[in-house]
Design a protein around this ligand. Structure first.
Ligand SMILES: C[S@@+](CC[C@H](N)C(=O)[O-])C[C@H]1O[C@@H](n2cnc3c(N)ncnc32)[C@H](O)[C@@H]1O
Length: 297
């Protein structure tokens, strides 16, 4: 009798934090993964995130043909697993973003922050803005579009937006600056038409044009690591990222941002975040999740 070879279905295991799954994720594996996420990225993973950790990392085990989470943890903890640690962090971070998310921040930027800065830039001054945790670029490009809406020849002036993220895939996506129709929907049509161009072989994809891209520089930067920037920023957008950090890490980040803000500079934070720790003394509220640095006395 001829038998047809069949592909064996993956064996389901019964124990672990995610019963019935292909790979067993033990409490110890979870703790190891959570430990690395905290020490390397500041991200706090509670045990109720076991399903999320499983679903995002099971793909990595399949790609690497690793049979158990125990072996995966051994790899990411080893010096040889440095690259995979980066992949793990990228897989476990949340990159949700959109153009003009939390529109009141862009309105505040446009009406309260940019007008005097633009007047100064026209006289040879500079404008510096930091999008710290920029994901795939929608936030820094929304800042760029806000500037261009007031100053269409902004690329002629000394205006720079620094966009940073821990995830190199996000840095690459932002640098490319190409967005599918669903992602571009948040851009007002007039701005979209003026500052985006259809990609040649995929016309429904729109790419930020050279002028818009020239305003933004993307770099990989870990918010809990070193910050090599020397100059000050007129505005910092640090939104929807510290929510993943523990309270003491959040307070440290705000304290490190204060000296980087110019006098009267603005700090924009996410809708469910708040400034905490010593930075509270140096920042005053200027609207919803919007702060200004006190002017030097
Ligand atoms: C939810 S997105 C927020 C994007 C954007 N700021 C917004 O509000 O739409 C969070 C981003 O933070 C990044 N991130 C997480 N931990 C980070 C860290 N330690 N340093 C820098 N970026 C980090 C993630 O890679 C992700 O792109």
């Amino acid at each position: 009798m001829i038998t047809t070879p069949t592909t064996a279905a993956p064996q389901r295991q019964t124990g672990g934090l995610v019963p019935g799954s292909e790979f067993e994720l033990t409490a110890r594996d979870f703790d190891n993964i959570a430990g690395i996420m905290k020490s390397e990225a500041g991200i706090s993973l509670q045990s109720n995130k076991a399903n999320l950790v499983y679903s995002r990392l099971a793909k990595r085990l399949r790609i690497l043909q690793i049979k158990t989470f125990g072996d995966y943890c051994a790899l990411v903890a080893s010096p040889a697993g440095r690259d995979e640690r980066g992949e793990m962090i990228a897989a476990l971070t949340t990159n949700v973003t959109r153009f003009f998310r939390e529109p009141h921040h862009f309105e505040h930027l446009k009406t309260a922050i940019l007008p005097p800065l633009i007047a100064n830039a026209k006289n040879g001054g500079k404008i510096r803005i930091w999008s710290a945790a920029c994901s795939s670029g929608q936030e820094p490009y929304s800042i760029g579009l806000t500037i261009l809406s007031l100053l269409p020849d902004a690329p002629r002036y000394d205006i720079k937006i620094l966009a940073t993220d821990i995830d190199p895939n996000m840095v690459a996506a932002g640098t490319a600056g190409a967005y599918e129709p669903g992602a571009i929907a948040g851009v007002p049509p007039a701005l979209c038409q003026r500052w985006f161009t259809p990609v040649k072989d995929s016309p429904s994809t729109l790419r930020a044009n050279d002028e818009l891209r020239s305003l933004v520089t993307f770099k990989k930067l870990n918010l809990i690591g070193d910050w090599p920037m020397k100059g000050m920023f007129d505005a910092i957008f640090c939104r929807n990222v510290v929510i993943y950090f523990e309270n003491d890490t959040q307070a440290k980040i705000w304290s490190r941002m204060v000296p980087l803000l110019s006098p009267n500079g603005a700090l924009y934070i996410g809708h469910s975040e708040r400034v905490s720790g010593p930075a509270e003394r140096d920042l005053t509220s200027d609207g919803i999740t919007t702060y200004r640095k006190a002017r030097a006395k």
